[in-house]
Design a protein around this ligand. Sequence first.
Ligand SMILES: Nc1ncnc2c1ncn2[C@@H]1O[C@H](COP(=O)(O)OP(=O)(O)OP(=O)(O)O)[C@@H](O)[C@H]1O
Length: 255
Amino acid sequence: MEGIALRVRNLHKSFGGVHAIRDLSFDVAPGQVVGLIGPNGSGKSTTVNSLAGLFLATSGEIILDGVPIQTLPEHSRVALGLARTFQTASVFPEFTVRQQVRLASIVTLKSNPLASIFKLSVGHGDDAETEARIDEILRLTDLYQIADKLVSTISSGEQRFLMIATALAANPKVVLLDEPAAGLISHERKTLSEMIKKIRRRGVAVLVIEHHMALIMDVCDRIVVLNFGSKIAEGTPDEIRNNPAVIDAYLGEAI
Ligand SMILES: Nc1ncnc2c1ncn2[C@@H]1O[C@H](COP(=O)(O)OP(=O)(O)OP(=O)(O)O)[C@@H](O)[C@H]1O
């Protein structure tokens, strides 16, 4: 178990008669970036949603830093160190960038996020240590220069980076990035690559779902490939790029 931030064992998720994930196992170590790729409908979102606790897996184990979490609700998984981003940017438009990151960092200090949201105002938690950590996250996510702008006025690319900053504010051991490059233009994708590498250098384990293959090949240490809910390959970017089954199922159309 030592050295594994996230261990997924024999995960299975059915929706009625649809087996969205079948017998999926993989590990992510601290400071490692693992990519999860596959064609549309192959089970990537279902995997992330099962890991994050949006719904419960049908069977299998999810072990976060040694702790089984597969039966826990979403907020308990966040409190234990699992944070995620969503495919669509979800932001508080009336907040500044800094306020949104601050709120996320305060809320995750509490075990019940809903109770925390209603009890805390945005101005709380402004001790020097919290502010220093927020500054660090804003720098890491390339948002420091626009920290005082209203979220409603920043670009869609900046909003996506804010989603990553919000996830990092939870101080996670594992972060799940759900299509972080969607809608980004070329120079923003380059910034995103650098951001993911910086997150890895901080010792966080990263699982990234992405259709943008250049980004995946650039940032990942290992890649897990799904097809029809099953893992068909796992390996380094070079191994995956040259795997005939992966080329046949996915990469033939993706690159
Ligand atoms: N809530 C649901 N109810 C019924 N079936 C579902 C549900 N969510 C997903 N599925 C099915 O599970 C399978 C996997 O879907 P999933 O969205 O996880 O794939 P994906 O790899 O994320 O696809 P995409 O790349 O298009 O986002 C598909 O057959 C999908 O139709």
